[in-house]
Ligand binder design. Structure first.
Ligand code: ADP
Length: 267
């Protein structure tokens, strides 16, 4: 979807205005290692943003900072008008409440799926709606069945994760993220733990989500996916954004030598 379409079709959020995800000047260090050195990113409703860059450049840490799986040391995160300042040492009830709200709006799909092993596919999908959103079981089951059908796994509803392939597990994880009715889905290298022949089924599911207008931030090395699906590609190296732009600019005519060197390696 291009920017013009996005503004025409952008659906106003219930809290007023069009939902926007904004990270401002995010800093994060692990001990003496400065992993994020002031990263900013704005994502509009319906946009698909792909983040690429060499291993260790801080991509995963950055998206984990967006829903406070990592606490940034400095900066600010805003998801659909829920605004949280970072680097605040004193925990307050108000701040924890905002982080909880922000987490239900920004759902995460992990590289290693993180499904609950003792729950069936359906059980994994309905756990969040029941426990976090307070949905009635019957309603959650209906929703869970719809979402499993959407990711092509209706017939696997009663299987446990140990009986699913990696690609199927990741599709269950996507259904589980969608069950929280998020405003944005954050994907952390969703295909990199999978055998190459299983990448495409997960990428197809993600393509469909993008076509449905879901706002997505995707950390991935999948250049073709980025080329076909992203509205914008952000290239990170050494904890900073080196360059960003439409896929054609960044993937075909990158300006920065680091981007060029990286693309030579992954293509
Ligand atoms: P990328 O996703 O670009 O590969 P990461 O965000 O995973 O990069 O990691 C950036 C750097 O931060 C790496 O050097 C990694 O070892 C380090 N790092 C990530 N998480 C932690 C952690 N919890 N504790 C200490 N170091 C970490």
């Amino acid at each position: 979807m291009n920017h013009q379409e996005m503004h025409v079709h952008g659906v106003p959020h219930a809290h007023g205005g069009v939902c926007q995800i904004r990270a401002e000047n995010i800093h994060k260090r692990f001990g003496s290692l400065e992993v994020l050195k002031g990263v900013s990113l704005t994502v509009h409703k319906g946009e698909v943003v792909v983040i690429m860059g060499p291993s260790g450049s801080g991509k995963t840490t950055f998206i984990r900072c967006l829903n406070f799986l990592e606490e940034p040391d400095q900066g600010r995160v805003v998801v659909c008008n829920v605004e949280v300042d970072c680097g605040v040492r004193a925990a307050s009830r108000e701040r924890s409440g905002k982080i909880r709200q922000l987490r239900t709006r920004a759902a995460m799909v992990f590289q290693s799926f993180n499904l609950f092993p003792h729950m069936t596919a359906l059980g994994n999908v309905i756990e969040g709606p029941i426990q976090v959103l307070g949905m009635k079981r019957e309603e959650a089951v209906k929703l869970g069945e719809q979402l499993l059908a959407k990711v092509g796994l209706a017939e696997k509803r009663d299987e446990y994760p140990s009986r699913l392939s990696g690609g199927q597990k990741q599709r269950v994880a996507i259904a589980r993220a969608l069950a929280m009715n998020p405003e944005v889905v954050l994907f952390d290298e969703p295909t990199s733990a999978l055998d190459p022949e299983l990448h495409e089924e997960v990428l197809q599911t993600m393509r469909q989500l993008a076509r449905d207008g879901m706002t997505m931030i995707v950390v991935t090395h999948e250049v073709k996916f980025a080329h076909d699906v992203a509205d914008r590609v952000v290239f990170m190296a050494d904890g900073t954004v080196v360059e960003e732009g439409v896929p054609q600019e960044i993937l075909v005519n990158p300006k920065h030598p680091r981007t060029r060197a990286f693309l030579r390696l992954v293509e």
